[in-house]
Design a protein around this ligand. Sequence first.
Ligand SMILES: O=C[C@H](O)COP(=O)(O)O
Length: 330
Amino acid sequence: MQTMTDNPMRTQLPQVAHARNPGMALDLDWVAAVQANTSAIERRAASLPGRRSVKKEFQAAWLLKAISLIDLTTLSGDDTVGRVQRLCAKARQPVRAEMLEALGMPGLTTGAVCVYHEMVETAVRALEGTNIPVAAVSTGFPAGLSPFHLRIAEIGESVKAGAREIDIVISRRHALTGNWQALYGEMAEMRAACGEAHVKAILATGELGSLRNVARASLVCMMAGADFIKTSTGKESVNATLPVSLVMIRAIREYEARTGFKVGYKPAGGIAKAKDALVYLSLMKDELGHPWLQPDLFRFGASSLLGDIERQLEHHLTGRYSAGYRHAMG
Ligand SMILES: O=C[C@H](O)COP(=O)(O)O
């Protein structure tokens, strides 16, 4: 495994805009050929957190990089306009101004803000004057069991309200029953309903039963034109994990090798610690390389990760930790 021995904010490669994945015809032979060696994947995943992958002097830079990749999220039944406005203020200025100055990164923002449809307009207004996109969770999130035409209509409503990214949920039952044609058809329609907005396909991997199903569902969603594949809604009992990430990342690699199109990756749910974020970044760098360390190809779906990163950065600058409550998100 490589170590992250560089400063990612200073040694950025020029960002080359990648062509949007147009999708392809469903190739059932390819889907059927996909396997996942669970014990090998679990062994490799278990070895990841223990490795010292980031040199201490570069840790702050990698944490700033992580901030730029967060979809800062609130997805609660008790979300209010005020909470979303505070969240957006945090997205605009994720860390205290004097800290960003001291770290040489004034103007740093999060990658996006992610909310329910009802809060899209509020978020769009609160982010005016920035280039921070609003992502809406759509299609009967989190279960995805509302009537299909309503799920499609919901996408249209969120796009109309100003969402530039749509996080859809797949019908888990299609993956669980191996009905890849149905999953492909659903995903392709959802992608079409998004228009210019980019679509992230949430697989809800904790409910797919096996890593092989995760690999196959990843592939089918990419074939149907997903711009990103995302692990979880954050509401399943098991959300983003490293084994699932390895499987999805390798599916992305294989898809690019065969089609030439890059698809993004978004682990989401339960990623709350700065050290976990660093493990994910080093995994992305190892398995897919630099392009997947940019916000157009990688995001963390996280509601509280930013607070812990801020605490670590404060420690880096002052040698002291502040209390967690000082870093409330919303
Ligand atoms: O997509 C994002 C997730 O819902 C956030 O999950 P989290 O609250 O566990 O960070």
